[in-house]
Each structure stands twice: as structure tokens, then as C-alpha cells.
Design a protein around this ligand. Structure first.
Ligand code: CTP
Length: 403
């Protein structure tokens, strides 16, 4: 098969490295060629000779190797590929890449490249959950690195949780989509809400919820990586705006509605935000004081506008595809079906938020559309985002081909 695209695969030092010859084979099946760098630690888990055999190319291991450097320098190695893929991306490699280290061939290639980078993390669950790895993940995402996985499951160390490298065929699919379908949403405008809303009672107190914004931001990033012009209307989250996304920051539901209406027309509207259903009926300009109050002040609430229902209503500017989210703690499918009808949207992405979904890094969803329901099992929010973005792109292409 002729290979129209090539990736530079950087193999880190984790047990999952043994799966990389299979990843190379899966890429070859999709017409994607591979050059490989293996770190010193990685070479203990997979033989460079095995990778050289499946790629048909010399495997690079050392930064200061004059012979290898004379044949293909590390700068050229990292620039000749269409995409750099780090698999397994260990905690150490993520830390080096996030900090800009260049003290071995892998980290130098990552710093020297101007090509997009995709990482498939694999590490012990505690290492994945450690605040240092969280920080590095956030930095890398803000730098435009995309992530595939990790999956949740039983790990080589005997523990259970997120940290397993995504399977080679899943990584190969993500790479192929990135390389070949990356412009599937070019020319489309996607409007997306994310995060919580914050409804002030007085200058220091407010009503809000536990939404972190992670799923909405991951979806905004995934849609932008497919070429869409993405407008993200976000409540307060503390997350960095994904590369290529235009963000409007808001606080209240009413501000969020106004910002969404101002951003129309859009081809797609995705309402991921956890909008507060109610706000304090009155916002006091001065802090309510405990001292001197005759009794506990009554908290009167007013209903907020329903942004999803408003933008779903028939009208000139109704986006062609309107997708709502449903945060449920019980009877997920029944509530999702009811919301689909009540809000007038086209799809509902339902998730069970009774566990640690809000604020966490993984999610399991039920996609409810007029043509049926589909379950996406628990995976990293970035993976769920990629899957949803791919379905949105496929729907638009089928229903409204670009003219
Ligand atoms: N939503 C919205 N505006 C609101 C409330 C919700 O746009 N005022 C959107 C959310 O962004 C989500 C969907 O409606 O896409 C469902 O939100 P959810 O909180 O699950 O449901 P509610 O409509 O608030 O209903 P309930 O709280 O009774 O489950």
C-alpha cells in the first residue's frame, strides 16, 4: 500500500510499549508510515529491532549518535512527519514535554518540532491522578497537544482505574482521523456552552454547581481540530482556552444566553454547560450582614432562561443540529428521552453524574437521537469528545453537504 502520511512514533518506557509493533502494523494497514524513536527506558519493554522490522526503518534511540545523526538528524526526524505520536506517553515524558526539556532524543524531538503532537498516556493510576501530572496534562492541552486515552481498567501493577494505554487500533483510528479527516468541519461554525453558571446573591455569595467545564472544553478542542470555527461561551472554569477556539467568558445564565444569541448564526449548537436553573431573585449590591438582621433572610429564587430550549425553537437562526447534554443521577435513558422532547433539540448526550463525573477526567455517555440510542463506555473525556465530534462531522456531511 502506498503511504500517503507518516508519523514519528515516540515510544516511552512503560509496559504498554510492547503494544507498539502492533500499533505500527495498524497504521500501515491505514496507509500511514512510521519512523520510530524509542527512549532508553522504552527499549527495556520493546526491542528496537522488532520496531525496525515492522517499520522497515532504522529505529532511533540516542541523541548523540553521530552515525544515526548523519543519516537523519533529529530535527529532520521530527519535522519530516505529519504528526508526532507519543505512545506510551509516560508521566516522565509528559513532564519533560510540558516543561520543554531537551535532554534525550525523545524530548529534543518534541521540542524541535512544529508538527501537531498526539499523546497516548499510560501509567499507574496514582501517577495519572497526581497533581503534577494533572498540571502537565493541562499545560500540554493548552499547548495544543491532543490526547487519546488513557483507558480505565485493570493495570499491570494490579491496580484499577484510568491509566491503561488506549488499544492500538483505537490509537491508529484517532491518528488516521487526525491525518485524513482533519478538515471534516472546515467552513462550519459550532457554538458551544461549557462550565457552570454563577448566579450572584451579593458581592461575595453566589449559587452555582460542580461543573468543571472539562467535557465542554474537550469537545470544543475536538471540534476545532476537525477544522470548525468554534465559539465557546464559558462560565467560570479556570481552564485554558483550547487552541483555535474563540472564547467568550460569562458568569450568569442570562449573560450566557445573550452571548450565544450574539454568536448566531451557527451550523451546530452544543449545550454542555451546567446552567443554574434558578438565580437569586434579587442581587444585593452590598454584602448581606449577619449582624443587625432581625431573622434569617429569605432566599427568593427566579427561574433562569433555558438556553438550549431557546436556541432549539424553530426560527430563522435555529442551528441545523442542536445537541443538549443531560446530567442525571437516575433513570438516565428515560430522563434523556423526556429532555429531547421537552427542549426541542435533535440529540441528547446523557451522562450519569451520580459518581465522580463532575470534575473528573472520564465519562460514560448515552447518545439519544431520533434514530435510536448509542452507549459510549467510560473513557477519558477527551476520547468521548473525539467520538462526539466525529459523529457531529458525519451527521453534517450526510445531511448538509458543503456546496
Ligand atoms: N440548559 C440550558 N439552560 C438552562 C438549563 C439547562 O441551556 N437554563 C441545557 C444544558 O446545557 C443541557 C440541557 O439543557 O444541555 C439539560 O440540562 P440539565 O441540567 O441536565 O437539565 P435541566 O433542563 O436543568 O433539567 P433538570 O435539572 O430538571 O434535570
Amino acid at each position: 500500500m502506498t503511504q500517503s502520511h507518516s508519523v514519528l512514533l515516540i515510544v516511552g518506557g512503560g509496559i504498554a510499549a510492547y503494544k507498539t509493533p502492533e500499533l505500527v502494523r495498524q497504521l500501515a494497514k491505514r496507509g500511514i508510515g512510521c519512523r520510530v524513536i524509542v527512549t532508553e527506558a522504552g527499549s527495556h519493554f520493546v526491542a528496537p529491532l522488532a520496531l525496525a522490522s515492522v517499520t522497515g526503518h532504522e529505529v532511533h534511540t540516542k541523541l548523540l549518535d553521530l552515525t544515526a545523526e548523519a543519516r537523519m538528524g533529529h530535527i529532520e526526524l521530527s519535522r519530516s512527519a505529519d504528526l508526532i505520536v507519543v505512545a506510551p506517553a509516560t508521566a516522565d515524558l509528559m513532564a519533560k514535554a510540558a516543561s520543554g526539556f531537551a535532554n534525550d532524543l525523545a524530548s529534543t524531538a518534541l521540542l524541535a518540532t512544529d508538527k501537531p503532537v498526539m499523546m497516548a498516556p499510560a501509567m499507574n493510576v496514582r501517577m495519572w491522578d497526581h497533581p503534577a501530572t494533572r498540571r502537565n496534562l493541562a499545560t500540554l492541552m493548552a499547548d495544543g497537544v491532543t490526547f487519546i486515552g488513557p483507558d480505565e481498567g485493570e493495570m499491570a501493577c494490579g491496580e484499577f482505574g484510568p491509566g491503561r494505554m488506549a488499544e492500538p487500533d483505537v490509537i491508529a483510528d484517532a491518528i488516521a482521523t487526525r491525518l485524513t479527516g482533519s478538515r471534516a468541519l472546515a467552513g462550519r461554525h459550532v457554538l458551544i456552552t461549557a462550565g457552570p453558571t454563577v448566579e450572584p446573591l451579593d458581592p461575595v455569595r453566589f449559587l452555582s454547581n460542580r461543573s468543571s467545564g472539562k467535557q465542554g472544553y474537550a469537545l470544543a478542542a475536538a471540534l476545532a481540530s476537525l477544522g470548525a470555527r468554534v465559539t465557546l461561551v464559558s462560565g467560570p472554569t479556570g481552564l485554558a482556552c483550547p487552541p483555535g477556539v474563540e472564547r467568550t467568558n460569562v458568569e450568569t445564565a442570562r449573560q450566557m444566553l445573550a452571548a450565544c444569541q450574539a454568536a448566531l448564526p451557527a451550523d451546530v449548537f452544543v449545550a454542555v454547560a451546567a446552567v443554574a436553573d434558578w438565580r437569586p431573585a434579587e442581587t444585593h449590591t452590598r454584602k448581606l450582614k449577619l449582624k443587625g438582621a432581625a431573622s434569617m433572610p429569605p432566599l427568593k429564587l427566579a427561574e433562569n432562561p433555558d438556553i438550549l430550549a431557546t436556541l432549539s425553537a424553530p426560527g430563522m437562526h435555529r442551528p441545523g443540529l442542536v445537541v443538549g447534554f443531560a446530567a442525571e443521577t437516575n433513570d438516565v435513558e428515560a430522563h434523556a428521552q423526556a429532555k429531547l422532547a421537552a427542549k426541542g433539540c435533535d440529540w441528547i448526550v446523557a451522562n450519569d453524574v451520580s459518581g465522580d463525573v463532575m470534575g473528573g477526567d472520564s465519562n460514560a455517555i448515552l447518545l439519544v437521537t431520533a434514530s435510536g440510542t448509542e452507549t459510549l463506555p467510560r473513557q477519558a473525556k477527551t476520547v468521548i469528545a473525539g467520538e462526539l465530534a466525529a459523529r457531529i462531522a458525519a451527521h453534517l456531511t450526510a445531511r448538509h453537504p458543503q456546496t
